[in-house]
Design a binder for this molecule. Structure first.
Ligand code: GAR
Length: 209
């Protein structure tokens, strides 16, 4: 069975999408644990309601060493680490130990509106302000940079003149909830290859939710 750890910092709606897709049978994997860098977030409740083991590692208590503690928890126990709205930056040995086995969901079409300081609503504020007509979400591998790893898949949404950041956020979030389970499915089925920093997917046409 393909085992994943899900890292969160907030409401955990992407975590919920994974839980739902496991329960529906779309995903053949288990969530071994949920790790949050903030206490009392709703995502932790979602995990507990589904009997998933949780860890709270408050960022302020682990100014240095958060990644090391996470590595200790997941090492040898999971096949994939999923950053689902996790706002701390992973660094150090975990990036080597889990090379090409950590993925992140970002709420824009990378390489637009991403990088240091670009997260959550700020991403959508920047997208609306820029006047782009299309936005979306990206699932990508995590490497030493911020939002720089190979892109696994992207989904797009229209941006309307009338949109504010919140309206766009909701539209993108709907697509995130499709994209993240799809990416996990592709990885769990061994259908993702990285060639020269680009992702090649085999049997892409079979993917459907
Ligand atoms: C999601 O929109 C996710 O893409 C974003 O945080 C939100 C978490 O929502 N992540 C980033 O901005 C990372 N750069 P959720 O807690 O409801 O899944």
């Amino acid at each position: 069975m393909y085992r994943i750890a899900v890292l969160i910092s907030g409401s955990g709606s992407n975590l919920q999408a994974l839980i739902d897709k496991i329960e529906s049978g779309y995903l053949d994997c288990t969530i071994e644990c949920v790790i949050s860098d903030k206490k009392d977030v709703f995502g932790l409740k979602r995990a507990e309601e589904h009997g998933i083991k949780t860890f709270v590692l408050e960022r302020k208590e682990y100014v240095r060493g958060l990644s090391e503690v996470i590595y200790e928890i997941v090492r040898g126990k999971v096949d994939l680490i999923v950053l689902a709205g996790f706002l701390s930056i992973l660094d150090g040995d975990i990036l080597k130990g889990f090379r090409n086995r950590i993925i992140n969901i970002h709420p824009s079409l990378i390489p637009s509106f991403c990088g240091i300081g670009m997260y959550g609503i700020k991403v959508h504020e920047a997208a609306v302000k820029s006047g782009v007509k299309i936005s979306g979400c990206t699932v990508h591998f995590v490497d030493e940079g911020t939002d720089t790893g190979p892109i696994i898949l992207q989904k797009t949404v229209p941006v309307y003149y009338e949109d504010d950041a919140c309206a766009l956020q909701l539209r993108v979030l709907e697509q995130e909830h499709r994209a993240l389970p799809e990416a996990v499915k592709l990885l769990s089925e061994g259908r993702v290859n990285i060639l020269h920093n680009r992702v090649q997917i085999s049997g892409w046409e079979d993917i459907d939710d």
